[in-house]
Ligand binder design. Structure first.
Ligand code: BMA
Length: 872
């Protein structure tokens, strides 16, 4: 019989590679992996027609690829597609198994991610029922698999039907926030059912997301055949003492029942990309019941790993091999030597909340991250690279993986390791209470253990956080009182007991068991275990700006110990809006624009804040543009307030980095990857050195803030300029910028310095330069709202220069120009944008030559918007 094996092209290549290695070292691999991602078909359970499917994928993207539905993101299409999540779907493929694989001692099917209620059927036998999209499933199929062709089928039950069933079974109500858009979902009785399934919360809708509840095989499927032994898991543990580091690998090994060997060994190899290599080999004693073995290596003067902006992200290669005379199994990892501690110590204010990295307190500059698409299979490696490079380029050193999305793919954390972005990792719970029955809790426990083990070796992992806004919803949003009133005290106690079981027992116990070196924080925001947020201890989410309509200046008065969320919305730029609308929709209150605005108070709130600071824009395109300036200025105010107030406050993570579909939202980068004004602004506000100010009645305090670990000698210049470029006043000072500090470096009496008769035509221009005249920081102070500035009509001259690896646009104006927006449809970002032009000072902007952009196209597409031209 001719036996076919199901091999992806990569596997064939790997086989060849393995063959070459084998002939060289004559050791045979004990484990062989085969991709099972090809030749899948899908069908509705009540239909006989089968269509080609993509794995990994989702039902929505498969329907779209087969032209069975229209683009869910275009105009109002989302609303027409709500039938999809009410149906059961099935996927099938044929799995060919050759003689060698078939006769392996162990055969396993590994499903890395099934979304969500999946009955796995192999050759007509149901072999597993899975109900958690956040866990991988390994099914032993030795007794089910056949030589040759095998029928593999997965039936996905509707998550809505399942949710409704579970909700009915529970004899009390669980509060769930309005982010679950059951109404748009056209669910029977508008019931919110998201919390009953261990599935990404944002699939059910959010105040920046569509309601598209997916099903499908969202991560790869692998057939694993192994003989004799295999590495099950490796846990890397490190200890750093002064100029030494010890790397300990704790290795779990699986043995086949038949296999016994005296020759079995483990090798740990540590190397860098230069010429450093160190090895350690130990014998394996198979009698050790736990089958867990420890190997360690000590190295002198390790090159430490640093967060972005503080030094290099040195990563070492780690290779672990288990082998006997003839066979081998290996795993490759990377690790960086560093210490990360969350410091919570009583102090004169309350209790601190800051991170120490390699012994230094570090101000965390960063952002909240949501999944990059509602369809999780869509983001490519390149998308991951782009979004995390954008975070690093904006001088961030921390990224919070928010609890209403997913535990991200491995590539996300690998890139964070490489780019020095510390990861604040939420467990996937957000803005809702959860059921507390045993099967739910058991499922949560397995999910936690799986993800802790998967992520714990990442150098960038800084914190495990139990949930997003669950405690605050219960304590501060009136949920507890509602449940006592509408149900009973007893039911309220039951609901809160589930909270305590999950966030005060199951999760911290799993962490202390599997990753005791990483800190755990039960809820964001929070004051500690079960304690509400306070400005004096713990961490905060500040939403009085936006939800509370307080002015941006209120950021200055509400300084927490660590800000984990604050934000303000804007619209995507016109080029992006054009992609999901028709011309008839070009009005923020059109049905289509309103449907791509999910905050209950969205457009009205943008409008209310906009008229506080800006004149009404003259048209739709300018409205979108000014909304971005508004957002950027708001968040700038917040970040500066937090950084000025270090060390009281030691972190500023704004809401939110990115979008998962085209929408008006709090993001700084839109769905199509276009940087909004916010992202460019944040890049400046998060730079190592920052100039900021505080205006009191009669004094103007100039702050110099440094995140550098070194003191720096610098020149601080404070100039009062009018819009024609005349210097009205100037103060210069040679200063010492102290390391890792925020300090007032100049106190200027307002009466002497500022001429109040012309404050609508002038501004203060701050610069900080080092000894070599290199600009370290700059900022501007205006003394009137932007709408009251008498901005001259602009006279911008510009030229475009082509260099080998980039284009340069150089701009200049005789008069002051506010917020120059260079708009090029085919380009996502520039080195800077939405900037002001200082009179007679050239500004050069760089464009990387990544895409096929020619100078001609650039010249043709380039459009310039400025604030003075945006008004009616
Ligand atoms: C925060 C987040 C999200 C929400 C955002 C804007 O609190 O945790 O729940 O999208 O506010 O409302």
């Amino acid at each position: 019989m001719k036996v076919k094996i199901f091999l992806s092209p990569i596997k064939k290549y790997q086989f060849l590679f393995i063959a070459i290695i084998l002939s060289a070292c004559a050791k045979q691999d004990t484990v062989t992996d085969f991709s099972v991602n090809n030749n899948w078909f899908f069908s509705s359970i009540d239909d006989s027609a089968w269509y080609p499917a993509t794995v990994p994928g989702t039902i929505h993207t498969d329907l779209l690829d087969n032209n069975l539905i229209d683009d869910p993101f275009f105009r109002l299409n989302e609303h027409e597609l709500q039938w999809i999540d009410k149906k059961d779907w099935r996927y099938k493929t044929n799995l060919f198994v050759n003689q060698e694989t078939f006769s392996s001692q162990n055969i396993i099917l590994e499903f890395s991610g099934l979304d969500t209620y999946a009955n796995i059927i192999l050759n007509d036998s149901s072999i597993y029922n899975s109900d958690n999209m956040f866990r991988a499933i390994n099914v032993d199929v030795k007794n089910y698999i056949k030589l040759g062709s095998n029928k593999l089928e997965i039936v996905f039950d509707s998550p809505i039907k399942k949710g409704l069933e579970k909700k009915k079974k529970l004899n009390y109500n669980v509060p769930i926030s309005a982010n679950d858009l059951a109404e748009i979902g056209q669910v029977e009785g508008n019931e919110r059912v998201s919390v009953f399934s261990r599935k990404a919360g944002y699939h059910f809708g959010w105040d920046w997301g569509p309601r598209l509840v997916t099903s499908g095989i969202w991560k790869p499927v692998i057939l694993k055949a192994w003989n004799n032994f295999k590495i099950d898991d490796v846990y890397l543990n490190q200890e750093i003492k002064k100029d030494k580091a010890i790397l300990k690998a704790i290795v779990d090994v699986d043995f086949d029942n038949e296999y016994v060997s005296e020759e079995l060994k483990i090798e740990l190899k540590l190397s860098d990309n230069n010429d450093f290599t160190k090895r350690k080999v130990i014998d394996i004693d198979q009698k050790n019941q736990s089958h867990t073995y420890e190997v360690s290596i000590e190295i002198n003067n390790p090159k430490l790993w640093w967060p972005n902006g503080m030094g290099e992200q040195n990563l070492y290669n780690v290779e672990i091999s288990v082998f006997d005379n003839n066979r081998i199994d290996s795993k490759s990892l990377r690790t960086g030597f560093r210490t990360i501690e969350l410091i919570r110590e009583p102090d004169s204010i309350g209790t601190s909340f800051y991170f120490k990295v390699n012994g230094h307190p570090v101000f965390m500059k960063g952002v909240n991250y949501i999944p990059q698409d509602v369809f999780l299979n869509r983001p490519s490696k390149d998308n991951y690279k782009k979004i995390l490079s954008a975070a690093a380029e904006a001088n961030m050193n921390m990224i919070r993986v928010w609890g209403g999305g997913v535990y991200e793919r491995d590539i996300f954390y690998n890139l964070c390791d490489e780019k020095g972005l510390l990861v604040w990792q939420d467990f996937m719970f957000a803005c809702a209470m959860y059921p507390g029955n045993n099967s739910f809790l058991e499922n949560v426990k397995e999910e936690a253990i799986y993800n802790i083990k998967r992520l714990r070796n990442h150098t960038s992992l800084a914190l495990w956080c139990g949930n997003n806004e669950v405690l605050t919803a219960w304590e501060n949003w009136g949920w507890k009182e509602n449940e006592i009133k509408n149900q009973s005290q007893e039911i309220a106690d039951t609901i809160f007991k589930a909270y305590e079981d999950i966030f005060h027992k199951i999760l911290p116990e799993a962490i202390s068991m599997y990753d005791s070196k990483t800190s755990y924080w039960p809820s964001s925001p929070g004051g500690g275990f079960g304690k509400k947020q306070k400005l004096e201890s713990g961490n905060a989410h500040y939403w009085w700006v936006w939800w509370g309509k307080k002015p941006f200046s209120s950021y200055n008065d509400s300084i927490p110990r660590f800000m984990a969320e604050f934000g303000f919305q804007s619209f995507p730029e016109f080029n992006s809006v054009k992609k999901y609308t028709n011309e008839s929709d070009y009005n923020i209150y059109s049905d289509v624009m309103k449907s791509h605005q999910r905050s209950s108070i969205g457009n009205e709130t943008i409008e209310e804040y906009l008229v506080r600071d800006y004149n009404t824009p003259k048209d739709f395109e300018n409205y979108l543009y000014v909304s971005q300036l508004l957002q950027a200025n708001g968040i700038k105010t917040g970040i500066e307030a937090h950084r000025r107030n270090m060390p009281r406050c030691m972190g500023s993570l704004y809401w939110q980095l990115n979008d998962c579909w085209p929408v008006a939202s709090w993001s700084g980068i839109d769905y199509y990857g276009k940087w909004k004004a916010l992202h460019y602004t944040v890049k400046k506000s998060f730079s190592t050195f920052l100039l900021s100010h505080n205006l009191h009645q009669d004094t103007l305090d100039i702050y110099v803030i440094s995140d550098s670990l070194k003191d720096v000698h610098a020149t601080l210049k404070v100039k009062m300029l009018d819009f024609e470029g005349n210097v009205l006043k100037q103060l210069d000072d040679e200063i010492l910028v102290n390391s890792n500090q925020s300090k007032i470096k100049m106190r200027i009496p307002v009466a002497n310095f500022i001429d109040s008769s012309i404050i609508d035509m002038s501004f203060v221009y701050l610069t900080l330069s080092d000894k070599n005249q290199r600009l370290l920081a700059e900022n501007k102070i205006f003394f009137k709202p932007f709408k009251d500035l008498k901005l001259p009509s602009n006279e911008i001259n510009y030229s475009i220069l082509e260099k080998t690896d980039r284009f340069q646009i150089t701009l200049k104006s005789k008069t002051f120009v506010k917020n120059v927006f260079l708009e090029i449809n085919s380009l996502n970002n520039f080195s800077d944008n939405y900037f002001d032009l200082i009179p007679n000072k050239t500004k050069t902007v760089f464009i990387n030559k990544e895409n096929e952009l020619s100078k001609d196209v650039l010249r043709k597409e380039l459009k310039i918007l400025t604030l003075d031209q945006s008004y009616k």
